[in-house]
Design a protein around this ligand. Structure first.
Ligand SMILES: NC(=O)c1ccc[n+]([C@@H]2O[C@H](COP(=O)([O-])OP(=O)(O)OC[C@H]3O[C@@H](n4cnc5c(N)ncnc54)[C@H](O)[C@@H]3O)[C@@H](O)[C@H]2O)c1
Length: 256
């Protein structure tokens, strides 16, 4: 029997990278998984490759009415939502001197508004079952270790962490059986990481080695390693953990 047997999970950004790895692991552990992506075709393709316990839906996270449509569909189909994973995100380089308004707004709309809309629209359904439920927001090591070249990204992730702690407090103080935590990955091998390598302007091997050296463990992580942390937070094994920050970063948050 899997750790998530009987639970219903929704994963944003589920057609790629960490979101996909999380959706796959959750389904293996017995959850019914609603995997969302901006493109319905992408979401469906990945869901079909997982099997009948997964379904794919279109969701632009920066659009509140998209969230309402998806949550309504989950409510109609299963009548409950036990796990919400906000994995969709964007990361585009830029310091305070070269971050234009468009870059700033894109980070805030996706990484912050998207998580706010997701948590707010999902909460009534998560609350209604009275069963232990879990919100998992994918932040970043950047939330505690700022980089001058990722100003807007870092700001959005740090704010997301503060928002998650506030949600955790609100739920605990009101007696809701809902926990909320953030995962703080370091460099993880996903399409977003590949983009970050390109953004350095260096040859790929050199950029890759540079990123590895920022991690005391000397390597980049795998999406499956993040998925294991998400599984722990999603399952009842983490029943006394809320408002927490789980690092999956090869020690990069504690580097000198
Ligand atoms: N890869 C890393 O090194 C790394 C490190 C720390 C944190 N993170 C965070 O982890 C999360 C997952 O990142 P990943 O590396 O798997 O990235 P990824 O690019 O592989 O996947 C992110 C997904 O989010 C989707 N997305 C982007 N904007 C969206 C929007 N407006 N609406 C709906 N979907 C949208 C993308 O299409 C993509 O499918 C992100 O929040 C990212 O910031 C990544």
């Amino acid at each position: 029997m899997g750790d998530l047997e009987g639970k219903v999970a929704l994963v944003s950004g589920g057609s790629k990278g960490m979101g996909e790895a999380i959706a796959r692991l959750f389904a293996r552990e017995g959850a019914r998984v609603v995997l969302t992506a901006r493109s319905e075709a992408d979401a469906r393709r990945v869901a079909e490759s997982i099997g009948p316990s997964a379904c794919g839906m279109a969701l632009e996270v920066s659009n509140r009415s998209n969230w309402v449509r998806v949550i309504d569909a989950v409510s109609e189909r299963w009548g409950r939502l036990d796990i919400l994973v906000n994995s969709a995100g964007v990361s585009i380089g830029g310091s305070i001197e070269d971050t234009n308004e468009e870059n700033w707004r894109l980070h805030m709309a996706t990484n912050l508004d998207g998580v706010y809309y997701g948590c707010q629209t999902a909460l009534p359904l998560m609350k209604s079952s009275g069963e232990p439920s879990s919100i998992i927001n994918i932040a970043s090591v950047i939330a505690s270790r700022p980089m001058s070249s990722l100003m807007a990204y870092g700001a959005s992730k740090t704010a997301m962490v503060a928002m998650t702690k506030s949600i955790a407090l609100h739920c605990a103080l009101n007696g809701y059986a809902i926990r909320a935590n953030t995962i703080h990955p370091g460099g993880i091998e996903t399409p977003m990481f590949e983009d970050a390598l390109v953004q350095t302007g260096l040859p790929r091997e050199q950029a890759y080695a540079m990123w590895c050296s920022a991690h005391p463990m000397g390597r980049i992580g795998k999406p499956e390693e993040v998925a294991q942390a998400a599984l722990w937070l999603a399952s009842d094994a983490s029943s006394f953990t809320t408002g927490g920050e789980v690092t999956v970063d090869g020690g990069s948050a504690i580097r000198h």
